[in-house]
Write a protein that binds this ligand. Structure first.
Ligand code: SF4
Ligand code: SF4
Length: 511
């Protein structure tokens, strides 16, 4: 195919992508909302809550709302009124603790959105993904011979932290805010992917299915982009294929299939403390009462945390997980790749990184202590602090704000590994082992270094790789995720990721 035709395909892909993204955004506003007694009965499983809501939400029944904002506003007003009255009168049994705003908004959706779910799925999601692929695939030819492909990153407004980067960050942050804190406003998007959920597991979709679907689709499409960009490096090709596989199979498809078989469903590669709710009593009870598979999942989770992490990290460094298996790392290495150069390389950032990430590790240790104490003693508090408060604080601050809103939302302005570098307690745990008891190191051949600085620029963890290379010093930093991109972009072959004998690994300077 001629170069001009390929460029036209790319432009067409971009147009399709923008049309798809516009339709996706617009689809949130294409529904009308009408609550009926039947919807209430089908949505609220607790009969006592149903009875109370049926009375409290009477003014909403059979009324049509033109958008979800009006619907949710009135729902919250009536719901809060019900609870406030009960509390004022001291009738604590009348208070409703469950939140039904998401399920009621979703099930009350009518109009264009409900009637055209399949076409909207096609125009909003398939067209976006197809457009992105058509934009990416011509690069196999347009980028010329295989080799370092980072031309123009600092002049592109999407990747140089200027207006397009800020716009993308605002969109991503908005998405995460709604996902974690106000899912009742994005039920339109959940409905778009509902047919996929019904097909895979036979169960209706919720916001977490939507998230898993979009997460996996982004990792797969942007993984193809990695294939075009780093096709000169077998390490990058294999690593990218690995994160695409683990995300699509382990994090997305297998849990959905297990759900369809009514079996306990988990992402088997998710390890505590990244999977911070693993030792919560409800999860331990659920797994231990879910037959052989549940017991296996419990055993597997504990073995991975206690033995798998130290043994694998001893032999391969933290890269075995952070750059080959982990879902957060997988997204950073695919969707986040255009932003990897934005990581802060200053000494101040390194100091902040060490303080923050180890503080989160300590916080997760406190969470573990409280969780196990409550599980084994059936006490609800330890040292006067209630366990649920520790869980709530951790879930909000670390689970939602840090890992989601900041960790991914800030890709286009702070680089792709904000969460892995500053917040992930599992990365901190892996990093301590990597620093002090591991065979992994990046060796440097200082004599060949021409000080171009590519390695430092594209290190997503903010490591000044060039400074090590110039001194011929091994890199054994706890934060290095072993992505290997520093080696892939080095024009002189100075850097090499190795698992060698521990002897001389920490040798500071090669004499
Ligand atoms: S030093 Fe190299 S391998 Fe380590 S995180 Fe940075 S770019 Fe990746
Ligand atoms: S190690 Fe390679 S990429 Fe880094 S400064 Fe030296 S020559 Fe450039």
């Amino acid at each position: 195919m001629s170069q001009s035709l390929l460029k036209s395909v790319r432009s067409f892909g971009l147009i399709l992508f923008l049309i798809g993204l516009f339709t996706f955004s617009l689809s949130l506003f294409l529904g009308t909302y009408s609550l009926t007694e039947d919807i209430l009965t089908g949505s609220v499983t607790s009969s006592s809550d149903r009875e109370k809501l049926s009375l409290a939400l009477k003014p909403m029944l059979d009324k049509t709302y033109s958008n979800q904002f009006e619907f949710v506003r009135e729902y919250h007003a009536l719901f809060n009124d019900l609870n406030e009255t009960a509390k004022r009168e001291g009738k604590w049994g009348e208070v409703i603790y469950a939140d039904y705003s998401f399920i009621l908004t979703k099930n009350s959706t009518q109009g264009f959105l409900r009637e055209n779910q399949a076409s909207l799925f096609f125009f909003a999601i398939i067209i976006t993904l197809l457009g992105a692929l058509l934009y990416i695939l011509p690069n196999f030819s347009l980028l010329g011979i295989a080799g370092i492909k980072n031309n123009g990153v600092w002049s592109n407004p999407a990747s140089n932290c200027s207006w397009l980067g800020f716009l993308s960050a605002a969109y991503l942050i908005g998405f995460y805010m709604f996902l974690y804190f106000y899912p009742e406003y994005i039920t339109g998007w959940v409905l778009l992917v509902e047919p996929v959920s019904l097909f895979l597991s036979g169960k209706p979709a919720d916001q977490w299915f939507l998230y898993g679907f979009l997460y996996t689709a982004s990792a797969l499409v942007m993984g193809v982009r990695m294939f075009t960009k780093y096709r000169h490096s077998n390490y990058q090709l294999l690593r990218t294929a690995s994160v695409m596989f683990f995300q699509s199979a382990f994090a997305f498809l297998i849990p959905e299939i297990l759900k369809s078989l009514n079996l306990p469903s988990r992402d088997l590669k998710n390890i505590f403390p990244l999977d911070y709710s693993f030792f919560y009593d409800y999860n331990l009870n659920y797994l231990s009462s879910s037959g052989t598979l549940g017991l296996f999942m419990l055993f597997w989770g504990v073995v991975l945390f206690v033995l798998g992490v130290p043994i694998m990290t001893y032999f391969f460094g933290k890269r075995w997980y952070c750059s080959w298996v982990c879902g957060c790392g997988g997204l950073a290495e695919t969707l986040g790749d255009p932003y990897r150069q934005l990581s802060d390389k200053s000494l101040k950032a390194w100091k902040v990184e060490r303080i923050l990430i180890h503080s989160v590790l300590v916080f997760s240790a406190v969470l573990l202590t409280f969780s196990l104490y409550s599980y084994f003693t059936h006490e609800s508090s330890l040292l006067g602090v209630e366990t649920w408060r520790v869980r709530q604080a951790y879930g909000f601050l670390i689970g939602a704000v840090f890992s989601g809103v900041v960790g991914t939302g800030f890709y286009p302005v702070m680089g792709s590994r904000v969460w892995c570098r500053f917040g992930c307690p599992l990365a901190a745990y892996l990093g301590i082992i990597q620093r002090f008891k591991s065979r992994f190191r990046i060796t440097t051949n200082g004599g060949q270094c021409i000080s171009c600085g590519n390695c430092s620029t594209y290190c997503e963890m903010g490591i000044d790789v060039r400074a090590y290379a110039q001194r011929g010093e091994n890199i054994v930093r706890s934060s290095c995720v072993g992505c290997g991109v520093c080696a892939a972009v080095c024009p002189r072959g100075v850097l090499s990721l190795e698992n060698g004998p521990e002897e001389f690994r920490l040798q500071e300077l090669i004499k």
